[in-house]
Design a protein around this ligand. Structure first.
Ligand SMILES: *Cc1c(COP(=O)(O)O)cnc(C)c1O
Length: 379
């Protein structure tokens, strides 16, 4: 018997408290009982974002909240800059184009982050920019993009919104939109929030709120105005993802009990253990600006990463692979959510075994030892 351990950057393993909440009989949503849970959950989301502003929940995967960010806050022909550094950057671009925005597609080599001078230059030549669209953590390349610089740039323009896909950064980092200067922040349930897929979340700033009246793009299901009115009173315009909201209430308890400082620190150590172990074994990391939500690493020359993933699965570890031109070249190991230090030791150990079996020269235990040392020095 081999146990399958999930180390993919979405979906992620579920904590027992969440599984328990999901295993209950459904309740009806037009009841005081549900309203009460909904409002509790909403308040906890506001704590997660350190805000008292509106935070909306939609029954959709993360992309739904991304679409809501476009259709509610922009109009046809609005010019936006997309920081396109991977698969999810492409999604911002494609979404914006679908709704007929004018897109400046700033393409960045996968594994790298944006160049500040280049962004400044684009902005200087396009003072009419209505939005900057970015991933905080670009999951496809396991790269973190700095938001502070983009927030400064965006607020220096007359009417520009900073729109952030925080789907794999919320719950890994403290992402406080008002402090950072984010105008629209979206996240989804199946990443660091430790839930099954099906729920997306959207925060918007006061500056963004002014756009709601102006936006002329078609929208029906993803209407921020309609949801905002309902959700403030503990109801939703359409049938909500009842069980997922009940489970989110539980996962937010876990997150808030741990505390956001501790949560950020734990993820930082998990990621550091993994990155340093990979380097110690002699493997090359994908990202020059690595995110703590997942680590992307190249398999050695001559070992196909997708075959290597199958080898890992035989030992009981499921990791993700690369997309597009990185397919067969990298594996991605998740750290976000319900993971602790020994989980990382497990995955590092399995990687050493699989490398050894593939004939790669590896001193067994070398990466594990490195990770143990980091644990001892940091916890
Ligand atoms: C997972 C993910 C999404 C959302 O994808 P869905 O499949 O729609 O949930 C968007 N952006 C990033 C960075 C992600 O990691």
């Amino acid at each position: 018997m081999i146990k399958e351990r999930l180390f993919t950057p979405g979906p992620v393993p579920l904590p027992p408290q969440v599984i328990k909440a999901l295993g209950q009989q459904i309740i009806h949503h037009r009841t005081p009982e549900f309203t009460n849970i909904f409002l509790q959950t909403r308040e906890k989301l506001q704590k997660l974002f350190n805000t008292d502003r509106d935070v909306l929940m939609f029954a959709s995967s993360g992309t739904g909240a991304m679409e809501a960010s476009i259709v509610n806050f922009f109009s046809e022909n609005d010019k936006v800059l997309v920081i396109n550094a991977g698969k999810f950057g492409e999604r911002w671009r494609d979404l914006a184009k679908t709704f007929r925005l004018q897109v400046i597609d700033y393409q960045i080599e996968w594994g790298r982050t944006y160049d500040k001078d280049k962004v400044s230059e684009i902005v200087k030549n396009n003072p009419d920019l209505k939005g900057i669209l970015v991933q905080h953590s670009e999951t496809s390349t396991t790269t973190l993009h700095d938001l502070q610089f983009l927030s400064q740039i965006s607020s220096s323009l007359e009417d520009c919104l900073l729109v952030v896909d925080g789907i794999t950064s919320v719950g890994v980092y403290k992402v406080f939109p008002q402090e950072i200067g984010i105008d629209i922040l979206v996240t989804g349930s199946q990443k660091a929030l430790m839930l099954p897929p099906g729920l997306s979340i959207l925060y918007y700033s006061e500056k963004a709120e002014k756009r709601l009246e102006k936006s002329n793009l078609p929208k029906y299901y993803f209407s921020v105005k309609a949801e905002s009115k309902k959700q403030a009173k503990g109801q939703t315009a359409y049938t909500p993802a009842i069980n997922l909201i009940i489970a989110l209430n539980e996962s937010l308890n876990l997150i808030l009990e741990e505390g956001l400082d501790n949560l950020e620190k734990r993820h930082s150590i998990l990621a550091q253990m993994t990155r340093e172990a990979m380097k110690e074994i002699g493997l090359k990391l994908l990202s020059e600006s690595p995110s703590n939500s997942a680590t992307g690493v190249f398999t050695p020359e001559g070992i196909d990463a997708d075959k290597f993933r199958k080898d890992l699965l035989k030992i009981g570890i499921r990791v993700a692979g690369g997309q597009d031109h990185l397919k067969g070249k990298i594996i991605r190991i998740a750290h976000m959510g319900y993971f602790d230090y020994l989980d990382m030791i497990e995955v590092i150990s399995a990687i050493e075994i699989a490398l050894y079996k593939n004939g790669y020269k590896v001193d067994l235990g070398k990466g594990v030892k490195k990770a143990q040392e980091i644990y001892i020095n940091s916890v």
